[in-house]
Design a protein around this ligand. Structure first.
Ligand code: HEC
Length: 137
């Protein structure tokens, strides 16, 4: 009975240890390619759908402020050529026409704007990385 208990404790310790290791492993999803700068360190990006939608929504809100005059089909000031790239009036589908080159176009047009907060830039960055992954699928 005593040695049976010892075995139980040993097995429990092994299970606890391997569960612990598994939990640590879940943090290891890294996006390898960085579209804004290849020198930036890879950062873990959570690729689930709600993360994508959340960051897409923030990006769209920022772009409506700075790019809406030409990239919103409902506005008189819109440019037909700009709408062919993306139309911010297409709600959650605003990004469906974007190509790989357009992603770097968005990155370069937003990264040096001081009126866009660091937090918003972070969201744009995550959106662009996840969109890039989608385009590669
Ligand atoms: C004054 C109007 C105008 C504004 C404001 C504007 N765009 Fe555009 N954009 C255009 C037009 C017109 C085109 C299509 C012709 C071309 O490619 O230059 C275009 C094309 C693009 C393209 C595709 C070409 C490329 O370089 O990749 C991207 C991406 C883009 N715009 C992003 C943006 C972003 C992001 C903003 C806001 C920070 C913005 N635009 C603001 C008019 C505008």
């Amino acid at each position: 009975m005593f040695s049976y208990n010892n075995i139980l404790i040993y097995v429990f310790a092994l299970v606890a240890l391997s569960v612990h290791n598994c939990v640590q492993d879940t943090n290891s999803s890294y996006v390898k390619k960085d579209i804004t700068s290849s020198e930036e360190k890879p950062r873990p990006v959570n690729a689930d759908k709600s993360t994508f939608e959340e960051n897409s929504k923030i990006t769209r809100a920022v772009l409506i402020t700075h790019c809406g005059s030409c990239h919103q089909s409902s506005l008189d000031s819109h440019k037909p050529e700009a709408i062919k790239i993306f139309d911010l009036d297409m709600a959650t589908n605003w990004h469906i026409l974007l190509s790989m080159e357009n992603l770097s176009g968005i990155a370069s047009r937003t990264k040096n704007k001081s009126v866009i907060t660091e937090q918003q830039k972070e969201a744009i960055d995550i959106f662009l990385k996840l969109k890039e992954l989608q385009l590669k699928e």
